[in-house]
Design a binder for this molecule. Structure first.
Ligand code: G4P
Length: 534
């Protein structure tokens, strides 16, 4: 197979939903029907063990589980499909955002009874900002749910883009008869149960209208009417519009009953985009110049979108998840971390085929490669096999919650510093070191992040800490056009200056007015609510 066809046959997507809409179930069925796993239950079992306890600390202890199931690769119809899971809890929305920077499309799962829920809304916003193409799956049609027309209307409003139905439900709940496939003009008949494979469901062409009417009665007529209304009101399918995030194909089904799942799997192959180009900057005559990296480019280039500490506390190694943007990975190849210009020396390199971690033989643009290292790699790092460039677009958000770190046993200072540096590099939390000295500050977007970090500092670094509230409510990364302007600003607010894990200077605020006042006083200083890479 040629290089270009290897990249063209890849699909990399994230699965997004509000908790309980059926994301885990659908993930499992996609893996099952592509042949990536043999028995149902393995993904769910993992989730069950994650949910078995309400104690977050316990959940965090089982981090290895979420590592294993956060990236999954499958092969279907000769296509390599990379599925990236997104954390469900809103306190980890930063992680989710970063995962969404690593994909080319998203699969949105909606509970047909609940419509678009809060957490989904937040994720949609992120996709919209990036014009990520979204495939919509309306799940749980076997339950008493809302009218499909009403649901489409809501999805259109929430997404701000037209829906194009690809399948249409006949009835719902107890009278759920199946789905009409608009492309093949045939109805697939629903049967409940988990034993059936997608191809086992009976299909009847719409030309057999009498037979369908006889069998499904009013439900069928009603479905035909509403389907006509829906297709009349929606634009026709336009691949270009979908690929630029301007319309979404909608599928109906019931994940738990294996129903309507194959249509989604086929859509990933037929509709979802192959790896897209990625924006980077490179230095030409010492000036940063924007450079688009094409998936077919021969040189290896990728970006670290997630760093996760490994399970083995004795080794303190970490997996850097790299989304490949171009090139081909083969074992033993020499790679460099652009930020430090140092060689990446992984102890192992894995892909996530069939949910097992397997030594990688080769990988192409679109694939996710996990490099296990002892450090030297941070979130947002660009990895290449030589070329000097830096990918953009992996953001850190200015935290809104702050806590002061108090070490219980001062003899553990070294461990604390090491722990905070590593957790900061992982993006588990943001760490700020005040310029004037004093205790370190932790900044988070969600409250749970504090608990996780406190727990991990204790168990992984033997540093027992107490967290105390502090006066800060926000931070802005600051830059200036000239060093003199920056110095003047720093001198004016010495108590407010702090460096983050990447040694980027930030201004700490105690109220929303702070930034405005500081900006008025120093009009030439730039205040950034998010920072990209170091
Ligand atoms: P999540 O990952 O989005 O949080 O959702 P998950 O797949 O775990 O599904 C949430 C619940 O919804 C599960 O029930 C699951 O079985 C159920 N479910 C998923 N798809 C469908 C569907 O098409 N129809 C119906 N009726 N239910 C569906 P649970 O009671 O929490 O777990 P379980 O004991 O049934 O596994």
């Amino acid at each position: 197979m040629t290089f270009a066809s290897e990249t063209k046959r890849r699909r990399t997507f994230a699965i997004i939903s509000h908790p309980d809409a059926g994301k885990t179930t659908l993930t499992e069925k996609l893996l099952l029907f592509s042949g990536a796993i043999q028995i149902a239950g393995s993904v769910k079992a993992r989730k069950a063990s994650r949910h078995a306890t309400s104690d977050w600390m316990e959940i965090e202890k089982q981090r290895g589980i979420s590592v294993a199931s956060s990236v999954m690769q499958m092969v279907y119809r000769d296509h390599v499909i990379n599925l990236l899971d997104t954390p469900g809890h809103k306190d980890f929305s930063e992680d989710t955002y970063r995962v969404l920077t690593a994909v080319d499309s998203a699969l949105m799962v909606i509970d047909a009874a609940n419509g678009v829920e809060a957490q989904t809304r937040r994720l949609i916003e992120v996709c919209r900002q990036r014009d990520t193409p979204i495939i919509t799956f309306v799940n749980k049609m076997d339950r008493e749910v809302r009218e499909p027309l009403e649901l489409l209307d809501e999805i259109e409003r929430e997404l701000g883009m037209p829906c194009v139905p690809m399948t249409w439900p006949v009835g719902q709940g107890k009278s759920f008869g199946g789905i009409i496939n608009l492309r093949t003009q045939a109805m697939t008949v629903f049967e409940s149960g988990q034993e059936k494979l997608p191809q086992d469901f009976e299909t009847i062409p719409l030309t057999d209208r009498e037979a369908l009417q006889k069998r499904f009665g009013r439900e069928f007529d009603h479905a035909m009417e509403s389907m006509e209304l829906a297709t009349g009101a929606s634009p026709s399918w336009d691949s270009e519009a979908f690929l630029t995030g301007k319309q979404t194909p909608v599928f109906f089904g019931s994940g738990v009953n294996n129903f309507g799942v194959m249509e989604v799997l086929d859509a990933l192959v037929d509709l979802a985009p192959p790896p897209q180009s990625r924006t980077s900057t490179t230095l030409v005559n010492r000036q940063p110049v924007v450079k688009e990296i094409q998936p077919e480019d021969k040189d290896f280039a990728g970006v670290v979108f997630k760093v996760q500490a490994n399970m083995d506390a004795n080794h303190r190694d970490r997996i850097a998840f790299v989304r490949m943007a171009s090139g081909r990975y083969t074992p033993g190849m020499k790679l460099r971390v652009q930020r430090t210009a140092k060689e990446l020396r992984p102890t192992s390199v894995v892909t996530f085929m069939s949910q097992r971690r397997e030594a990688v033989e080769e990988a192409y643009a679109g694939d996710i490669v996990g490099f296990t290292t002892h450090g030297g790699v941070q979130l947002g790092d660009t990895i290449t096999d030589g070329a000097s460039l830096q990918f953009t677009g992996l953001p850190f958000f200015a935290p809104e919650l702050f806590m002061t770190v108090i070490l219980k046993n001062p003899l553990r200072t070294k461990q604390l510093q090491q722990g905070l540096a590593q957790l900061g590099e992982e993006g588990a939390i943001q760490v700020f070191r005040p310029e004037v000295g004093g205790p370190m500050l932790l900044g988070a977007v969600g409250q749970l992040q504090f608990e996780v970090v406190q727990h991990r500092l204790k168990t992984e670094y033997d540093a027992d800490i107490r967290l105390e509230g502090c006066q800060y409510t926000g931070a802005r990364w600051i830059t200036a056009d000239t060093p003199a302007e920056l110095r003047a600003f720093v001198d004016a607010y010495p108590q407010r200056m702090a460096l983050d894990a990447a040694n980027t200077l930030a201004y700490l605020c105690t109220s929303p007015y702070d930034v405005r006042l500081a900006q008025e006083r120093f009009p030439k200083i730039h205040f950034h609510p998010l920072r990209e890479h170091a």
